[in-house]
Ligand binder design. Structure first.
Ligand code: SF4
Length: 369
């Protein structure tokens, strides 16, 4: 197709999404991936972001990601964090250790704990219920815990259906579910990079059941490894379809695969995709996922400056301060930011920074604001 015709088609696709007269089809999304200039994607995604969310505000949350165990029954080729149950470096945090981390989080103004582990083959449902009850009783903090692969593993280990398991965890204190473990929601991709983890349909079913119980969760995507562009679009479609059905996702978060210390980098000769691809993919996510309210910036993998720029590519939220993040750190990403620095980046970009909670309700400002 001649360049002028390509530009016209890109314009037509983007105009329809910006004025909300048409929904992005898979074919059009792929066309954008393959043909749209980056500034055009930015302009369109930013227009949608301004329409969907407060144009003058960028939110963020202060929380801590606690990895309660690194022992995992799965093998993911992109993961440098997990250990087998026999590995001397394997750990399970004691409740006292958990408590110390949560106290520190609250002192720093944190209002949420993101609790994720490896999938421990021996821990039973009672242990998780005790842990949730202990945290709720002692600290009363929002618990954003257990990604869908963990829930799936708990269900298998305890021979419980998702609904019963999730209802028990909710009763013990589970408030919301993180979107981790989605990687790419296409089984061809999942089978190539993971073993012992849930399938696409199982990942979606955990969220469907949780939403059916009245719960909310987030959706994620880790890209830039063995997937094709069409498979990224398929991932968007699976998320959008479930969201049409349940409306239970509060936000979408995409990040790039971090290759350092992982076997995938060697076995598939995968190199890290850069900020150009990150920004394109994030902008197309904003355009495609018209039924998901918020898109979070991934500054932990991209750095603060790219996180700041992504506020013009569809993101309306800077995600978390992430007081601790072992999984991404183990794979080489080591970006860190204080709350003051994050607020400074948001202000520099022309927005007012606001602390929020999981439900995007605005929280009291910190003393130094
Ligand atoms: S990514 Fe999660 S499920 Fe996969 S090996 Fe690492 S800890 Fe286990």
């Amino acid at each position: 197709m001649p360049a002028a015709a390509r530009a016209t088609r890109v314009d037509d696709i983007l105009s329809a999404v910006v004025d909300a007269s048409g929904r992005l089809t898979d074919e059009d999304a792929l066309y954008l991936f393959e043909n749209a200039p980056l500034p055009d994607l930015s302009q369109a995604a930013h227009a949608v972001r301004l329409r969907k969310n407060d144009p003058g505000r960028v939110t963020y949350i202060v929380d801590r990601n606690i990895n309660y165990t690194n022992i995992c029954l799965a093998v993911c080729d992109f993961c440098a964090f997990y250990r087998s149950i026999k590995d001397p470096e394997g750990y399970v945090l004691s409740f006292e250790e958990l408590g110390a981390k949560i106290e520190e989080t609250k002192e720093l103004g944190g209002n949420q704990i993101l609790l994720q582990g490896g999938m421990h083959p021996k821990l039973k449902i009672d242990w998780y219920e005790d842990m949730l009850r202990f945290i709720k009783r002692e600290y009363g903090i929002h618990l954003h815990a257990f990604s869908a692969p963990e829930i799936h593993a708990f269900a298998k280990i305890n021979r419980l259906p998702y609904a019963e398991l999730l209802a028990r965890l909710r009763e013990a204190g589970l408030d919301s579910i993180p979107g981790g473990g989605a990687e790419i929601l296409v089984d061809r991709v999942r089978e190539e990079i993971t073993r012992g983890k849930c399938t696409t349909d199982e990942w979606l079913e955990v969220h469907r059941v949780w939403h059916g119980l009245g719960g909310r969760s987030t959706a994620t995507m880790m890209f830039g490894h063995v997937e094709t562009l069409a498979e990224r679009v398929e991932h968007f479609r699976r998320v959008r379809e479930l969201q049409d059905e349940t409306g239970g996702f509060t936000a979408f978060i995409d990040w790039t695969y971090q290759p350092e210390n992982t076997r995938l980098a060697e076995s598939h000769d995968v190199t890290e995709v850069g900020s150009w691809d990150y920004l394109r993919t994030t902008a197309i996510a904003r355009l495609y996922l018209d039924n998901v309210q918020h898109i979070q910036a991934s500054w932990v993998t991209q750095g603060g400056r790219v996180g700041q720029i992504s506020l013009f590519y569809g993101c309306d939220d800077m995600g978390s301060i992430m007081i601790e993040e072992n999984v991404v750190k183990a794979a080489g990403a080591s970006f860190r930011m204080t709350e003051e620095t994050l607020r400074g980046l948001v202000r520099e970009a022309g927005y007012a920074p606001h602390r929020r909670n999981f439900f995007y309700e605005i929280q009291p400002e910190p003393d130094f604001a």
